[in-house]
Ligand binder design. Structure first.
Ligand code: GLP
Length: 258
């Protein structure tokens, strides 16, 4: 696992966009996350599309998760959110952006179909991830099997509370169930890039980077991945023990690895 600590959220977004851009130039399959964390990275990629002609025309994309029961047209469905925040602003064909079907009559079948669609596309090349304050990735809450596949999950009350800000502060409006890629599904992506900002993420970052690999911290599964990059600002790095080494390794990274 490579840990990159940058002074600000904006600096982190630029580092993440540099990594994603390399994949976009190869027409890669992108794994996209929603939430506030990747928004700066998406803004940077949109700017590169607008100002430098970075083209997404050969790419396709898979979202991590979706609320069960929210119609696609709902402002807070992840289907809608990713289009509003990212894909509608670049030349990525709308039909090439897939998400789990949260309104399917049989969520289990929709989940299996989603995993099959990812596999049929040849898998995800680069997966962007945020992390919940409880260490969840996508919507894999603490206790999720590290081998799990896409499936329906019940949200943790903390996640309902955290995400209520997108629903006008009304926790009762947040769906209780979701369809989410499993940790096993996510781990099949060829490169995982996890971003985290701010003091509120510091303990999740410590657990995922320096804690044991454990279902209680689903993001710790990144430790088992051969190519995982964790990009954090100073505040989110605040509880890490080995920051001196992470900074040294990044500063001395050979050019061919950048
Ligand atoms: C949500 C999403 C995750 C996201 C996380 C953190 O519940 N399902 O994909 O990484 O919570 O959200 P944020 O980036 O807004 O802090």
């Amino acid at each position: 696992m490579e840990v990159i600590i940058r002074p600000t959220e904006r600096d982190c977004a630029v580092v993440a966009a540099d990594i994603v851009e390399r994949y976009v130039r190869c027409g890669a399959t992108l794994g996209l996350a929603t939430g506030s964390t990747p928004v700066g990275t998406y803004a940077e990629l949109i700017a590169r599309h607008r100002d430098q002609g970075l083209s997404f025309a050969q790419c396709r994309a898979f979202l991590l998760d979706e609320y069960v029961g929210l119609p696609r047209e709902h402002e807070q469905s992840y289907y809608r959110t990713i289009r509003r925040e990212f894909t509608a602003h670049v030349d990525l064909d709308d039909a090439a952006v897939a998400s789990p079907d949260g309104t399917a009559p049989h969520p289990g079948e929709a989940a299996a179909a989603y995993d099959a669609a990812i596999a049929a596309a040849g898998g995800v090349d680069i997966q962007i991830l945020g992390v919940g304050t409880d260490g969840h990735i996508a919507f894999n809450e603490p206790g999720s099997s590290l081998a799990s596949r896409t499936r329906m999950k019940t949200l943790h009350p903390d996640t309902v509370r955290d995400n209520s800000r997108f629903f006008g502060g009304d926790s009762a409006a947040v769906p209780r169930h979701v369809l989410t890629q499993g940790i096993g599904t996510i781990r099949e992506a060829r490169h995982l890039v996890l971003l985290a900002f701010g003091e509120s993420k510091a303990s999740a970052v410590r657990a995922l980077v320096e804690g044991p690999v454990a279902a209680v911290c689903p993001a710790s599964a990144l430790q088992l991945h051969p190519q995982a990059t964790v990009i954090v600002d100073e505040a989110a790095a605040g509880l890490l023990e080995h920051t001196e080494y992470y900074r040294f390794a990044y500063d001395n990274k050979p050019d061919w690895q950048r």
